[in-house]
Ligand binder design. Structure first.
Ligand code: FEO
Length: 402
């Protein structure tokens, strides 16, 4: 049975969700699944906006077929060629042989790469500002390179004031019968999953996201239809505000998080002692994460969210604890900026890793190290208490700073 939803007038949701996939991109845990959104506009001409992942083939095709109701498909607009949205282009071209693929020059080159020039479909190459006239609806195109791939564009329906935003404003998480932001609890988990999606998938490309947001400011947008997650029609300004912060690498909160690696609990205990001092200083909502137990994608999301971060690691084979190394490299790869960072180092053989941590984070902008790092030998001792309290005070001062 189809799972079509009418969005507005003659615009329909034809996407589908997958709750079986463990890892998005074979990388990011998605215990609540993911949706692959796709949309149909019925007008004098018909248009499908992006396809979907292979995993939802049956539902997607049934949905498209149901909405078209024996009409032919005139256009397939390809906003993004990553296979979670492009995998079914070939099937659409076979099922609807009259279809014209609407895409930009960069996408055309990529399309040949994915389909080895086996697609016989007609193509219409579009560029920024071009208009595709469907009758009543008129789609214009805005190039959005690197949000998330180089070929990405977004489409704006001038008539309905709807932005088909590709990956932008997308989230992890399946859609379980609810589609619009106002059908979920206020401040629903989709906001945190939007952050985790953004920071890990697009986080590196803040400048390009900023550029898209600037272009979007020129548009009167009543609804955002992303390729993953809910449709934003009520809280658009909140999402745009969050995107602006993330694109500029601005923290959402002065909160403090502590991320530690700990083989036998000694580094963890030092972190609890520090957290206790912070709590006694009035710092609220402190979060602690074991780097071995928390997937790095959640840590990156939290690192983007907060201003004050404590990283604690034991020495391991003369270097940084491997799980912490992985996190540090991800922070670097995703261009983390504007953070206060404090370091706790624990060494039984030697104390050598603070320098290594700083070297990895060396090129990141506006990283401010708070306090002299706390170096402990195997376990936190009474002799470390003064230093620990001083460090806690400095971190608390930053937390309370406006
Ligand atoms: Fe949802 Fe970049 O693909």
């Amino acid at each position: 049975m189809n799972t079509v939803r009418r969005i507005k007038d003659n615009i329909y949701y034809v996407g589908a969700s997958d709750n079986r996939l463990e890892l998005f991109e074979n990388l990011f845990p998605i215990k609540d699944g993911v949706s692959y959104n796709s949309y149909v506009i019925l007008d004098e001409k018909t248009a499908l906006i992006d396809t979907a992942d292979h995993s939802v083939f049956d539902t997607f095709i049934e949905n498209v077929d149901h909405v078209l109701n024996d009409r032919k498909l005139d256009y397939l607009v390809i906003n993004h060629l990553e296979p979670d949205h492009s995998a079914l282009i070939k099937e659409i071209a076979i099922l609807y042989p009259n279809v014209t693929l609407v895409l930009n020059e960069r996408s055309k080159k990529m399309l040949d790469g994915f389909f080895n020039k086996q697609l016989n479909a007609k193509t219409l190459i579009v560029k920024e500002g071009d208009i595709l006239d469907l009758g009543c609806h008129k789609l214009t195109f805005v190039m959005a390179p690197m949000v998330h791939w180089p070929e990405v564009m977004v489409s704006y329906d001038i008539t309905s004031k709807i932005l088909f935003s590709a990956d932008a404003f997308g989230t992890f998480g399946a859609l379980n019968g609810n589609l619009f932001d106002d059908e979920f609890e206020k401040d629903s988990y989709f906001y945190s999953e939007a952050r985790r999606y953004y920071t890990n998938i697009v986080g590196k490309f803040g400048k390009q996201v900023e550029s898209l947001l600037n272009k979007a400011k020129e548009l009167d947008i009543k609804m955002i239809l992303p390729l993953h997650g809910p449709i934003w029609r009520t809280d658009i300004s909140k999402m745009v505000e969050l995107y602006s912060k993330w694109a500029l690498y601005e923290a959402e909160s002065n909160d403090v998080i502590i991320i530690y690696g700990s083989m036998y609990g000694n580094t963890m205990n030092a972190c609890y002692a520090l957290a206790n001092q912070l709590g006694m200083s009035g710092v609220k909502n402190i979060k602690m994460y074991d780097v071995s137990k928390t997937d790095v994608s959640f840590l990156i999301s939290e690192i983007f969210r907060v201003k004050n971060i404590i990283l604690a690691s034991p020495n391991y084979n003369g270097g940084i604890y491997p799980k912490m190394v992985n996190l540090l490299h991800d922070m670097k790869a995703l261009n983390v900026q504007n953070k206060n960072i404090s370091i706790i180092e624990n060494g039984t053989w030697a104390l050598v890793i603070t320098k290594q941590i700083k070297e990895i984070l060396d090129n990141l902008k506006n990283i401010r190290y708070v306090g002299p790092e706390l170096k402990i030998t195997t376990t936190l001792k009474d002799s470390d208490n003064l230093h620990l309290k001083e460090l806690a005070k400095l971190i608390a001062d930053n937390y309370f700073a406006a």
